[in-house]
Design a protein around this ligand. Structure first.
Ligand code: BV8
Length: 250
């Protein structure tokens, strides 16, 4: 075992990270939990307790009640902009400068990896701090909030919508292709803070493993399915990621 910041890791994992030319990382909501952003598995709080994300994060919900869906995203956007990247986000941004090529593939829509300094970033499910025209697809990073919710596209008058991928919607083809390629090409794949329930993102660790990569899972709960194939590191990403970087590069 190798030690970093008081945490012990399998020596082979630390050696693999130190030696890797290409590393791919998949993150989920668990990486942002220590920034105070509740995960999808956590109960929704307050006003939104009676809704499940799966029933609001869909095109049908937006068609049925665009104002409700818009308000839910406005509430989440407020939480996200008030949050700060945590040591897990920062360790991944630091790691990008320590290995020859690190590709960070995130399911998260909170923008915290970008704010932490990660640059080679694939946002599989978009970013709730951006909106787009529901008719033309034009993306806006700033918009007028008037009396009407959702606000309307300044160019065509259609409703604006969050720039995210809803359940039942295709992921952006270019982002998904880049993620498949990174998973197939890497020597080491880290899956961090994800329950691995949502496809197609959940298939990426399997694609990497099948292509010969070493796969390590860092999560509060480690699924028995990874037994024997993956390095399973149970714990908080805000503690384990900085410790792993320290063990490999300190
Ligand atoms: C698609 C953006 C092709 C929006 C998200 C029926 C019809 C259509 C599709 C489907 C269908 N049935 C199934 C599907 C496929 C569907 C899917 O996978 N459904 C699941 C629920 C079964 N997928 C899709 O629809 C995708 N598109 O397939 O298109 C298609 C098209 C048409 C018809 C057929 C096929 C689109 C999926 C993208 C959805 N958008 N987000 C928004 O955010 O509002 S998904 C959203 O939920 C997140 O982005 C994320 O991906 C997911 C939540 O997962 P996690 O990130 O893993 O978070 P979770 O809370 O689950 O887990 C957190 C983990 O962290 C836990 O394990 C916890 O223990 C751990 N943890 C907590 N704290 C810490 C920690 N770990 C470490 N440290 C800590 N401190």
């Amino acid at each position: 075992m190798s030690e970093g910041a008081g945490v012990r890791f399998p020596t082979e994992l630390v050696a693999a990270l130190r030696a890797a030319r290409r590393v791919a990382v998949l993150t989920g909501a668990g990486v942002s939990a220590e920034s105070g952003i509740s995960t999808f598995r956590d109960a929704q709080t307050g006003l939104w307790a009676r809704y499940s994300p799966e029933e609001l994060a869909t095109p049908e919900a937006f068609r049925r009640n665009p104002g409700l869906v818009w308000e839910w995203y406005a509430w989440r956007r407020g939480l996200v902009t008030a949050a700060q990247p945590n040591p897990g986000h920062l360790a991944l941004a630091q790691l990008e400068g320590l290995v020859p090529q690190l590709t960070l593939i995130t399911q998260n829509v909170d923008g915290l990896h970008r704010r932490a300094g990660s640059r080679n970033l694939i946002e599989l499910h978009g970013d709730i701090t951006r909106v787009r025209c529901s008719a033309e697809g034009t993306v806006y990073t700033a918009w007028e909030e008037g009396s009407e919710a959702p606000p309307r596209c300044p160019a065509c008058g259609a409703h604006l919508r969050p720039d995210v991928v809803w359940f039942g919607e295709q992921l952006p083809a270019e982002a998904l292709e880049r993620a498949w390629m990174a998973a197939r090409a890497c020597e080491l794949f880290l899956s961090v803070g994800t329950s691995g329930l949502v496809e197609p993102a959940a298939s990426l660790p399997r694609v990497a493993y099948a292509a010969g990569a070493r796969v390590a899972v860092i999560n509060l709960e480690v699924a028995p399915s990874s037994e024997g194939r993956y390095d399973a590191l149970q714990g908080r990403s805000g503690e384990l990621l900085p410790a792993l970087v320290a063990a490999a590069f300190a």
